[in-house]
Design a protein around this ligand. Sequence first.
Ligand SMILES: Nc1ncnc2c1ncn2[C@@H]1O[C@H](COP(=O)(O)OP(=O)(O)O)[C@@H](O)[C@H]1O
Ligand SMILES: [Mg+2]
Length: 236
Amino acid sequence: MDSVFPTVTGGYIARDAFYSLKASKPVAVGGFRLVFAHPVNPRFLIKVIRPDRIEQERRRGALSKAIRRYGHLIQFQREVSEQIAARAADEVLPPYVQQIVGIVETDMGMGLVSKAVLSPDGQMALNLADRLKAEGMTAEVHDALGKFEQQILASNVAIGDMHPGNLVYGIQNDGQLGITLVDGIGIKTLIPLYGISQVLNRRHKLKRLAVMWRQIERILESRRTLSRKTQNAAEP
Ligand SMILES: Nc1ncnc2c1ncn2[C@@H]1O[C@H](COP(=O)(O)OP(=O)(O)O)[C@@H](O)[C@H]1O
Ligand SMILES: [Mg+2]
């Protein structure tokens, strides 16, 4: 029985596919998920749903549970479905979409294993919101955003959320430096309009991109305000 691990529901799971994460500190915390470094492969991350979000989902009514069969795992379902759709369309996953490499069991429920977007120095790259707060906009990031925008519009990948916290500038799947969408792909609507109509999908993506640029501008503006304030405070 050494190679299996008892689960909470009384079953058994192969020990080599089970990861204990609870005791470790996440490398990032999103609005829905905790992100952990993969205990064996440093190039991978394991994402699990935040316990408070699972609790919220448990409190939903019976009807909404019946409609949302995927429950608290809906985000995983959307993301995996969209990765399959992207491969069906282009054979390979586009380089600007985070690559999912597997599903594992963890002591915090289902874990989605994905490739970490790294900086050229091998460290995990910052998301765009944190990067812009730290160093403002640079020419290389601006160019990469322009390229990302063109690629996203030309592809049929559907996007739900494209805010700067879901974008990471670093080494992409094809080995090039660029912007990768690490979260937010997939169709959120009950009827998958953006999967059926490329015209609607493109129109929706144009709107999401406009929102993304406004959010970027807001981050840069508050950075400028902050630096003006610190400058004023430093003057005699
Ligand atoms: N593949 C990745 N490479 C590098 N950083 C990542 C990756 N995936 C997530 N992150 C970091 O973790 C944060 C939260 O992950 P995310 O998937 O957006 O969670 P949530 O669904 O809660 O929003 C991101 O804002 C980003 O900083
Ligand atoms: Mg996110």
